[in-house]
Design a protein around this ligand. Structure first.
Ligand code: IPE
Ligand code: IPE
Ligand code: MG
Length: 232
């Protein structure tokens, strides 16, 4: 079976999962963190090389302050408490997004995980925090303009690779498969540049319920598709 080299998840539905149980939203996010552990294990088991998780968007800052604060604390705690195991299993943690937006403790926990897992190479786990696809492209455009103004590049030579090389993690290949949970069918500003030819899968299951069987089903769905990239 053809296994995607890079799978990206839009982890959606934590709030609805909590509400359906009469719990506060943050309980849904905590349950979502367990789903992350399952998905990392499944990716390792199947030999997936890159796993990208949309954890917090630039738009998510508009949520109630208490939820934002709790989410940021959960993110830091989750990374710190899992870093040893991730390193043992060969998982390299990388972060992308507007890092300067993050509370200091969260940023420190993420930076420590990146440093401690830097030598790992079995699976790259890319966590998108304060991430926005348009922001990422706009920042790349700004870098291009600065390089051109400083005479480092010739503006007439700007092509796709000039833009791509200025995105957050230029060495990470484009996702082969994007999975969004919770039944919503939109990208919500996720990897706009990188998803040009990604296969899309929208599943009704809420993120905290996403399990090994759902992961296997996503792989099977992917394997049944024919990717053409504009060819025949
Ligand atoms: C996804 O779950 C997690 C984040 C966006 C941080 P939501 O919190 O969006 O859950 P719903 O969509 O309200 O159910
Ligand atoms: C997308 O989910 C962002 C993340 C999963 C982090 P949202 O719940 O924020 O997206 P919308 O508002 O439904 O589009
Ligand atoms: Mg949502």
């Amino acid at each position: 079976m053809e296994i995607p080299r890079h799978i990206a998840f839009i982890m959606d539905g934590n709030g609805r999962w909590a509400r359906s149980r009469g719990l506060p939203r943050i309980k849904g996010h905590e349950a979502g963190a367990e789903a992350v552990r399952r998905v990392v294990a499944a990716a390792l088991r199947h030999g997936v090389r890159y796993l990208t998780l949309y954890a917090f968007s630039v738009e998510n800052w508009s949520r109630p302050q208490a939820e934002v604060k709790a989410l940021m604390r959960l993110l830091g705690r989750f990374v710190s408490s899992n870093v040893d195991e991730l390193r043992r299993k060969g998982v390299r943690v990388r972060v992308m997004g507007r890092r300067s937006d993050l509370p200091r403790a969260t940023d420190r926990a993420l930076a420590a995980a990146e440093l401690e897992t830097a030598p790992c190479s079995k699976l790259q786990l890319v966590i998108c925090v304060s991430y926005g696809g348009r922001t990422e492209i706009a920042e790349a455009a700004r870098r291009l303009a600065l390089d051109a103004a400083a005479g480092r590049i010739d503006p007439t030579s700007i092509d796709e690779s000039a833009v791509a090389s200025r995105l957050y993690l230029p060495d990470v290949p484009d996702p082969d498969l994007v999975v969004r949970t919770s039944g919503e069918r939109r990208l919500s500003n996720f990897l706009l540049w990188q998803c040009a030819y990604a296969e899309m899968l929208f599943v009704p299951v809420l993120w905290p319920d996403f399990d090994m069987a759902d992961f296997d089903a996503a792989l099977e769905d992917y394997a049944s598709r024919s990717r053409r990239f504009g060819g025949v």
